[in-house]
Design a protein around this ligand. Sequence first.
Ligand code: FUB
Length: 322
Amino acid sequence: MALTACAGTPAPQPASSTQATNPIITNIFTADPAPIVHDGRLYLYVGHDEAHGDQMFNITEWRVYSTDDMAHWTDHGAIMKPTDFKWAIRDAWASEPIERDGKFWLYTAVEHDETDVGKSIGVAVSDSPTGPFTDALGHALVANSDTDGPHVWDDIDPTVFEDDDGTFWLYWGNANLYYAPLAPDMISFAAPIQKVDLTNFEEGPWLFKRGDLYYMAYAGIDEAENENEQLYYSTAPTVTGPWTYSGKIMGPGENSFTIHPGIVEFQGDWYLFYHNAALSIGEEDGAIGRRSVRAEHLYFNEDGTIQPVTPTAEGLTIPRRE
Ligand code: FUB
């Protein structure tokens, strides 16, 4: 709409805003978003799901996208596939990278070969956030036999975080939430693995800090309310707790049993990445294993609590509306 001015009054300036899209990536199915910021760009790591028909998941590779305005994205392509870990056989499940001294360490879940059946955490390394990444260890950092979970897929969904004292921490898990400090080599632990209980916790932990408060966002299930996963969070005064349940961030993802958070501050604003299964590509509808990554603005209250987020069909409007 054109704006016109009355004689003698200054012309009103149109508010300039950019409209992003939801989902962010529409030509392939993507899941388990992990956003990080490096050198003024936001890098988004996802799993590329090629499930067909009734297949549950067929997540074949990890890919990276980046942006400097949250609306226009560069596709950096595939950075690694599960069998680049010689001991893994499939399943590019959720991952999260972190930079340390110019190297990028990618912690990720994959299916281990027959020598330790079940999901395992691998660690890969690259000189660039856009890869390529190679196995940094030659075996799993955490294999199924290293933990005492209720099933063989409890060692998934790693989230990695650097604390103010320079210690890097890894949390991960499904059903059980495990954690341990990483050693300076980033490929071993500096202390034994421990466990913590969080209200409704199911999987997909995402650890971050804002001000003095540590936040653990995660996918959880409250069966009295909904059989599908919803996004919850707990907060703590230290990286190891004690954790206090702090509420729900978002309800279930449309058409999706799973939901998976990735939270980041970029250019002064906070963003929540998640996935649902509302996208169709050609004949293939979204489904349990064919999800697509999306983003919304995230708002905090004065006391540090997170305001519930309503998914939008249209995606981010930038700058955000107050
Ligand atoms: O994408 C595979 C699995 O589904 C992830 O590891 C979970 O967080 C859930 O999103």
